[in-house]
Design a protein around this ligand. Structure first.
Ligand SMILES: NC(=O)c1ccc[n+]([C@@H]2O[C@H](COP(=O)([O-])OP(=O)(O)OC[C@H]3O[C@@H](n4cnc5c(N)ncnc54)[C@H](OP(=O)(O)O)[C@@H]3O)[C@@H](O)[C@H]2O)c1
Length: 336
């Protein structure tokens, strides 16, 4: 049977999604974005990728986050998304906010990673082709390159916007000092940095402790948290061992060594706090990031629709009492 043509849920913006303004900009972002780092590659069933993106858009999650090398194989998550654009999303392009990035290793040789103009320009052209797009809404420098003059990387971002290939630009994984330079450079050229993307969750608090959150807020730059569930650790996934189909079982990006007895005990306690709030651990972990108005949005990953359903429910309660926060801090401290 030929699959019917996709038509999105008419109530997609009334299903509980909320939008927050991204820094001092005209852009509103959904509190939850869907990231395609894992589970959307050419090793994954296309039907599942399609189902997850449809579910997201049907619930007002209009922001899809990609990068050149998401897969595996490298580039294949963008290709998957390109197929979904063609098949389902093309009529809704103006409702979507699509981001991609370049910075990590993508192709062999000296021009396939880091922060040169040569790499960023070529990589974005490739990404646009793979995704069947004329432009991305947001293009990131994916990591700070200590060996390339930052002026070169930033000027490439400026020129990418001027060439109409991206509407906005952002930075990811930059140390504070480099971020300060980037914000200044971009602002002086009338291409202000829209957003900073950093790892932030109950277990990884560097953006808070290293001043990245405050710096972004002061600079009128949004902040989007990646791996808000610590790659699945902050969910019910590992409370009873390591499921065969989990990211930890694959062992590449989330290693079984992360699940120490102390960590396991802490996860059990955190899920008890969550249960008292009427939430799952995953819901509480996302709510914990979103309690902070310096955070514009969280980018979740998922391997199935049921996870997105759960994650989405986090939006029902994103406020915490001082006692709950203190209890969470105490539990997290016990893992260190
Ligand atoms: N800028 C950067 O350098 C950078 C780095 C990393 C990520 N990112 C972005 O951030 C996105 C999210 O990162 P991430 O995938 O690490 O995020 P995450 O949301 O912390 O972890 C996602 C994983 O958690 C599990 N999960 C999600 N919801 C669940 C639920 N309700 N119950 C049980 N398990 C659940 C799934 O694991 P299983 O697969 O095991 O089912 C899923 O793949 C990426 O796709 C990417 O767009 C950016």
């Amino acid at each position: 049977m030929i699959n019917p043509i996709y038509s999105p849920a008419p109530g997609r913006y009334e299903s509980g999604i909320r939008f927050r303004r991204c820094g001092r900009s005209g852009i509103l972002l959904p509190e939850i974005a869907l990231g395609l780092w894992h589970n959307f590659g050419d090793v994954n069933p296309f039907a599942n990728s399609l189902e997850m993106t449809h579910y997201a858009f049907d619930h007002g999650i209009v922001h899809f986050d990609l990068a050149n090398n998401y897969g595996p194989s490298y580039g294949s998550a963008e290709e998957t998304f390109g197929q979904i654009m063609k098949k389902s999303f093309a009529p809704y392009r103006d409702e979507l906010f699509i981001s991609s990035k370049a910075g990590y290793d993508m192709w062999p040789g000296p021009y396939g990673e880091w922060g040169s103009r040569k790499y960023l320009m070529a990589s974005l052209d490739q990404s646009l082709k793979r995704m069947n797009l004329d432009y991305v809404d947001l293009f990131y420098s994916h990591r700070f390159d200590p060996k390339t003059p930052l002026e070169e990387t930033m000027q490439a971002l400026v020129d990418i916007v001027r060439a109409g290939k991206a509407l906005y630009v952002g930075i990811s994984n930059y140390p504070e000092e480099a971020a300060a330079f980037a914000y200044r450079y971009l602002k002086d050229r009338d291409v202000p940095c829209l957003i900073y993307q950093g790892r932030y969750n109950m277990l990884n608090r560097e953006p808070e402790t290293e001043g990245i959150l405050d710096q972004a807020k002061e600079g009128g730059v949004g902040f989007i948290a990646f791996s808000p569930l610590a790659q699945g650790l902050l969910t019910g996934r590992y409370l009873d061992g390591i499921p065969a189909d989990s990211r930890m079982a694959k062992g590449k990006f989330l290693k079984p060594s992360a699940l120490t007895p102390q960590m396991h005990a802490a996860l059990v306690k955190l899920s008890e706090v969550a249960a008292r709030r009427g939430q799952t651990l995953a819901e509480m972990a996302l709510a914990w990031c979103l309690k902070d108005d310096r955070v514009t949005s969280v980018i979740v990953g998922a391997s199935r629709v049921s996870q997105l359903e759960d994650d989405f429910k986090a939006l029902e309660n994103v406020s915490f009492t001082a006692e709950e926060l203190a209890e969470i801090d105490g539990i997290v401290a016990s893992t260190r």
